[in-house]
Design a protein around this ligand. Structure first.
Ligand SMILES: Nc1ncnc2c1ncn2[C@@H]1O[C@H](COP(=O)(O)OP(=O)(O)OP(=O)(O)O)[C@@H](O)[C@H]1O
Length: 259
C-alpha cells in the first residue's frame, strides 16, 4: 500500500525555490530517507507534508487522501507524526507529562466532562496515563518518568521526542535529523530503535539525516535533493554510486556538510 504520494510539489520563498517540483512515493513499512547538502530543501519538504507550509504547486496524498495545504493539527490527527531538527520538548515538564501532551489529540472527552471531571473524563485520563506509562516502558524511559525533560542526556531527549510522536499513534513518522549531535554509540542505539519501532509498530518512516552511515544502513530507499530539486532516487547502493549525487556533495566542498 502507498502511504505517501507527493506529486510535483513546489515551495517558493520570494525568489528562492526551496522545493522544486519534487515527486516521490513511499510504501507501507518503508524507511525512506531524504538527503542532500545543507539548504537543499529537506526540512521545507517535511514542513509541506505536515501542513506548516502550503505548497505553491503540486499535490500531497496521504493514504490516498488529498492533504495538500492541511494544518499541522490535522496532519497529526490523520496519522503523520514528526520530530524536529532541534529538539522541541517541554523542558520544564516531566518525561511523563511530555508524553501525555503528545497524546491529548486522541482523548475524546468533551470539554465540559473534562472541566467537571466526570467519570468519563476520569476514565479517559486513567487510560491516557496507562498508555503513556506503557509507551515509556516500551522505549526504555520508564525509570525517567518523573525527571524534567531538560535534565535527560541528549540521546534520551531525542528518544523522548520520538516517543512523544509515537503517542499520537502515527502511521507515518517523519524524523528530522534524529542522530544530530549523537556519538557513534548513541547513533547505533538509535538505529536499532528505529528498526524496532518500524517492525513492531507497523510504521512507515521518512527520515532526514546527515549521518551517511546511518542512512546507508537503515534506508530501504533514498531520495536526494539538491537546490530544491530531486536529483536521484533509489536503493542505498544505487544512490551512493550516482555521479550526480557525488557531484552535488563534492561540489559543495567540505563546508557543504556530509549529507
Ligand atoms: N521560512 C523561510 N523563509 C525563507 N527562506 C527559507 C525559509 N525556510 C527555508 N528557507 C530557505 O530554503 C532553502 C531550503 O532550506 P531547508 O531548511 O529546507 O534546507 P535543508 O535541506 O533542510 O537544510 P539543512 O540540511 O541545513 O537543514 C534554504 O536556502 C533556506 O535558506
Amino acid at each position: 500500500m502507498r502511504v505517501l504520494e507527493v506529486q510535483s510539489v513546489t515551495k517558493r520563498f520570494g525568489g528562492l525555490v526551496a522545493v522544486n517540483q519534487v515527486s516521490l512515493e513511499v510504501n507501507e513499512g518503508e524507511i525512506f530517507s531524504v538527503i542532500g547538502p545543507n539548504g537543499a530543501g529537506k526540512t521545507t519538504f517535511f514542513n509541506l507534508l505536515t501542513g506548516i507550509y502550503t505548497p505553491d504547486e503540486g499535490r500531497i496524498l496521504f493514504l490516498g487522501r488529498d492533504i495538500t495545504g492541511t494544518t499541522p493539527d490535522k496532519a497529526a490527527k490523520l496519522g503523520i507524526g514528526r520530530t524536529f531538527q532541534n529538539i522541541r520538548l517541554f523542558g520544564a515538564m516531566t518525561v511523563l507529562e511530555n508524553i501525555l501532551v503528545g497524546r491529548h489529540i486522541h482523548t475524546r472527552v468533551p470539554y465540559l466532562h473534562a472541566l467537571l471531571r466526570t467519570p468519563l473524563a476520569r476514565k479517559e485520563e486513567k487510560k491516557a496515563l496507562e498508555e503513556a506509562l506503557s509507551l515509556l516502558e516500551y522505549v526504555g524511559l520508564l525509570h525517567r518518568k518523573d525527571e524534567l525533560a531538560r535534565n535527560l542526556p541528549y540521546g534520551e531527549q531525542r528518544k523522548l521526542e520520538i516517543a512523544r510522536a509515537l503517542a499520537l499513534k502515527p502511521k507515518l513518522l517523519l524524523l528530522d535529523e534524529p542522530a544530530a549531535g549523537m556519538n557513534p554509540k548513541e547513533t547505533e542505539a538509535l538505529q536499532e530503535f528505529i528498526l524496532k519501532i518500524r517492525s513492531e509498530m507497523g510504521l512507515t518512516i521518512l527520515l532526514i539525516e546527515h549521518d551517511m552511515r546511518l542512512v546507508m544502513r537503515i534506508s530501504d530507499r533514498i531520495a536526494v535533493l539538491d537546490y530544491g530539486s530531486k536529483i536521484a532516487e533509489g536503493k542505498p547502493e544505487e544512490v551512493r554510486k550516482n555521479p550526480r549525487v557525488i557531484e552535488a556533495y563534492l561540489g559543495r566542498g567540505a563546508a557543504g556538510g556530509a549529507a
